[in-house]
Design a protein around this ligand. Structure first.
Ligand SMILES: Nc1ncnc2c1ncn2[C@@H]1O[C@H](COP(=O)(O)OP(=O)(O)OP(=O)(O)O)[C@@H](O)[C@H]1O
Ligand SMILES: [Mg+2]
Length: 129
């Protein structure tokens, strides 16, 4: 498991380095590792842009049949009012491309996005291999 607080681009950079080592140590297939990097990067940039600060944690887990990577992002921002729309391509509240969440959705085998009480956003993405 690796975990990192995210507040700045520097944190994002260190998390990327930790992730590379983690993927290498556990011999995670390259395609899964690439997807994990993209997802972590989009989650981290969203925390910096919208989430005030947060934490990203990456686990390696097993079911009785398969292994998977679970990526969790939690932050203490305002959450998302309309999660369904925000996941669609080209939805952005800040006039950028709005491709982050839709890419995460496309790359993930399972995706869960929920607002937390009293605030903050929780995202769980699973990648099976
Ligand atoms: N952690 C978050 N907290 C609050 N709102 C969020 C969070 N992540 C995403 N959002 C909302 O969902 C929208 C879509 O996110 P997405 O990552 O797809 O696009 P973006 O960050 O605006 O642009 P891009 O990622 O392409 O640079 C954001 O514009 C923002 O309104
Ligand atoms: Mg984004």
């Amino acid at each position: 498991m690796i975990s990192k607080n995210i507040e700045s681009d520097t944190d994002c950079f260190y998390l990327t380095q930790k992730l590379s080592l983690f993927l290498k140590n556990y011999s995670i297939p390259i395609g899964v590792g690439d997807a994990a990097h993209l997802i972590v990067n989009e989650l981290a940039t969203n925390i910096i842009k919208y989430g005030i600060s947060g934490r990203i944690t990456v686990y390696l887990k097993n079911t009785h049949k398969r292994s998977y990577i679970e990526i969790r992002s939690v932050d203490r921002g305002p959450g998302i009012e309309d999660i369904g729309s925000a996941i669609k391509e080209h939805y952005s509240s800040s006039n950028t491309l709005g491709l982050g969440l839709s890419s995460i959705k496309r790359l993930s085998d399972e995706l869960d996005v929920e607002n937390m009480d009293p605030n903050g956003l929780l995202i769980k993405s699973k990648l099976y291999f």
